[in-house]
Ligand binder design. Structure first.
Ligand code: HEC
Length: 473
């Protein structure tokens, strides 16, 4: 089996593994982008306090907002660690490859993260004792370091979808400055500014007067107006979105534009929410300087969260069937693995036990095949549940469609196993569909295996392509 290693197995029950990362990722990205955008808000407010003597801006900055930034920053860091924790469980091989390739880039990111932490904390701790110029300096350091941590991580994440020249050269910088690097960096930068400014206009409403009473509407309006400049870049986001779409691979684009109903739906959701937000922010907040009450502000923050979530879902999903495009499939197998496993089999070498009780060794093998090849995107009857998907299929139809998995749906990797393993998987699914009876008799094997082999050979091991017919040869 060459260098293929079976990593220890994690079982998330009805929660699909990919979803565990995605769900966590949405919170992490939202918090992290807020913390970065908050740097811009803090600098803007400090600039006004310092250069224009705007005491209101200073009060807002020194009060609740700084605390909020600190809290979100800590939560962002905690969810970041949680991301590492889940992703090394779900996809250790992907993480391993990312660390192999981008070791120093990651180290650099952490360096900036360290500066961000130090500057942010120093400001929080000593803000009342520092001169305006030192305060400004600390906040600029916080912002720049925060943005730089985005800069570095963005190169790694965008490389996963568009590795570009790296595929040929293997050079770190070819991978880092990949085709979607700039559109993705700019989009995230502007999204960060928008999110932070929206959260700021929400927390303007908890501002207090020096005497402890609630702030006047005039004060709140003035603050909201001074923040509105941060909404201006929002107007460029649709263009950046299009630029981003133009840089991603053609088949990924096709999943988004109708090839995969779920993906298209999320893309539509992301576009609709961010357009609504953008129009309101630019027209209402920037141009017409509308006053925003608590309810509306909360709604806007909610929309920004939905837009971020849908956007992340789309970004992660459009990478299918890969975690590293052209190199590593979502189930952590390479094309060479698939070729070899077609000949030599795959899951029978998996040394880890199966938790459920199965009546015979064929079903046990089937359970291992599913765990190795499918469980990152499917569960049996939970999220993206297999039983639901194969529901009405005849057994033969199941055999053929799974043998030709990458043509059945081109966002799935090719089946990586031999004819026996295909049969074991089909029997395992059928056994579950039959309600897991204590006794299970499979059909006459020899005949079936010959047909399975023919279908596997017809499918080939090349990844499926969008818009190809089901039997695409
Ligand atoms: C990269 C993620 C991924 C992997 C790995 C994956 N699938 Fe899928 N599969 C999907 C998605 C997404 C769908 C679409 C679900 C929908 O339409 O709601 C799907 C759909 C299916 C369907 C329904 C197809 C149809 O035409 O309706 C079957 C059957 C299926 N998968 C079986 C498998 C099997 C068996 C494996 C493992 C050998 C596997 N999948 C591996 C993501 C994946």
């Amino acid at each position: 089996m060459g260098d293929f290693a079976f990593y220890p197995i994690q079982d998330y029950g009805p929660l699909m593994k990919g979803l565990a990362i995605g769900g966590l990722g949405i919170f992490h990205v939202f918090l992290a982008q807020f913390a970065i955008g908050a740097g811009f808000v803090l600098c803007l407010l400090q600039w006004r306090a310092w250069k224009r003597g705007d005491e209101l801006a200073r009060r807002f900055l020194d009060g609740f907002f700084t605390v909020l930034v600190l809290v979100s920053f800590v939560l962002g860091a905690v969810t970041g660690v949680a991301m590492w924790f889940t992703s090394i469980q779900v996809s250790p091989r992907t993480i391993g490859m990312m660390i192999d390739e981008f070791h120093w880039v990651w180290a650099t990111e952490w360096l900036f993260f360290g500066v961000e932490v130090a500057a942010g904390y120093a400001f929080y701790r000593y803000r009342n004792r520092l001169t305006d110029s030192t305060r400004m300096l600390l906040l600029v350091a916080y912002s720049v370091a925060g943005w730089m941590s985005l800069f570095w991580i963005n190169g790694i994440l965008s490389w996963q979808l568009t590795p570009g020249e790296w595929l040929l050269s293997g050079g770190v910088w070819d991978g880092f400055f990949n085709p979607s690097f700039w559109p993705s960096l700019l989009y995230r930068t502007f999204a960060a500014a928008t999110i932070a400014a929206l959260v700021a206009i929400l927390v303007v409403h908890v501002l207090r007067n020096p005497d402890g009473g609630p702030a006047t509407r005039e004060d709140k309006t003035r603050l909201i107006r001074s923040l509105s400049i941060l909404f201006l870049p929002t107007a460029a986001m649709p263009l950046l979105g299009l630029w981003y779409l133009a840089t991603i691979p053609e088949d990924s684009r096709s999943w988004l534009l109708g090839g995969s109903p779920a993906m298209s739906m999320f893309l539509a959701g992301a576009v609709a929410t961010s357009t609504a937000l953008g129009v309101y922010a630019v027209v209402g907040l920037f141009a017409r300087k509308l006053y925003v009450n608590v309810g509306t502000a909360a709604l806007l923050v909610g929309l920004a969260f939905v837009a971020t979530g849908a956007g992340e879902f789309v970004r992660e999903g459009s990478r299918k069937p890969y975690t590293v495009r052209e190199v590593l499939f979502s189930n952590s197998l390479t094309r060479e693995d698939v070729d070899r496993m077609r000949r030599e089999g795959s899951a029978h070498r998996d040394p880890y036990p199966i938790r459920e009780e199965v009546p015979d060794s064929q079903l046990e093998l089937g359970a291992r095949v599913m765990r190795l090849q499918c469980s990152v995107c499917h569960t049996m009857d939970g999220a993206n549940g297999m039983l639901h998907l194969v529901g009405p299929w005849q057994t033969d139809q199941m055999r053929m469609n799974i043998a030709k998995l990458q043509h059945t749906k081109p966002f799935m990797p090719p089946f990586a196993g031999n004819a026996e393993e295909l049969e074991a998987l089909v029997q395992y699914l059928s056994w579950h569909r039959a309600g897991r009876p204590a006794e299970w008799r499979a059909e006459d094997l020899a005949d079936v295996l010959v047909r399975n082999q023919i279908w596997l050979d017809e499918a080939g091991t090349a990844p499926g392509r969008a818009h190809q017919k089901a039997d695409g040869r």
